[in-house]
Design a protein around this ligand. Structure first.
Ligand code: FAD
Length: 162
């Protein structure tokens, strides 16, 4: 008897592994489509838009992933742009937290680190979740981790199959 739900069948794209470049990322062209499969897109950490300037693709950063997502959303909503528009990353600098009260910043060539960079990292990343509720939940989560010294292990342990 049918449950009324659509049935999803797993389909493997033949030769997909050939689209993978060193770093285990899919090579995409400037429209973010897989080199060998038009209409199949990859963005964020799994995508490498290899060019002469970026032989390894863009850095694996949240800002790259979110700009690519916004770009693709526009492309999908405007069929005329599909396959025609090229993605360009707007580098607004890099912020990375490297520990408790510690972060590094590289903003327009201005590099600094320490507590101020950490506060800046928090302020910027607190603005990224959509909506006030998500920001508040993130802030409370961070506050709890800070006072409880909660350091959840962020490792996924499973057999690696190639
Ligand atoms: C410890 C750490 C610190 C970082 N700090 C920074 C930083 O300070 N600044 C910065 O810009 N970037 C930072 N990054 C990098 C940033 O997190 C990534 O570049 C960004 O999250 C990439 O976004 P994404 O959407 O490609 O992948 P993800 O954010 O990893 O999202 C992928 C999603 O897909 C889901 N998923 C995976 N497999 C499946 C499946 N088979 N079916 C359904 N869902 C699936 C995952 O659960 C996940 O939710 C950090 C990364 C790490 C690990």
């Amino acid at each position: 008897m049918s449950s009324g739900r659509p049935e999803y069948k797993s389909k493997t794209l033949s030769g997909l592994e050939k689209a993978v470049v060193p770093g285990n990322r899919y090579q995409v062209d400037s429209t973010l489509q897989l080199q060998k499969y038009s209409s199949v897109y990859a963005i964020g950490d799994v995508a490498a838009m290899v060019s002469d300037d970026l032989p390894k693709g863009h850095p694996m950063l949240a800002s790259v992933a979110s700009q690519q997502a916004a770009f693709l959303a526009k492309v999908f909503l405007d069929p005329q742009k599909n396959g025609a528009a090229a993605f360009h990353y707007k580098d607004m600098g890099t912020l990375a937290t490297i520990g408790r009260n510690k972060a590094v910043a590289d903003l327009g060539g201005f590099k600094f680190h320490g507590t101020f960079a950490w506060f800046l990292w928090m302020s910027v990343h607190l603005m990224l979740p959509a909506g006030f509720r998500n920001r508040l939940v993130t802030l409370l989560d961070w506050a709890w981790n800070y006072i409880s010294y909660d350091r959840a292990l962020r490792l996924i342990i499973r057999p690696f199959k190639k």
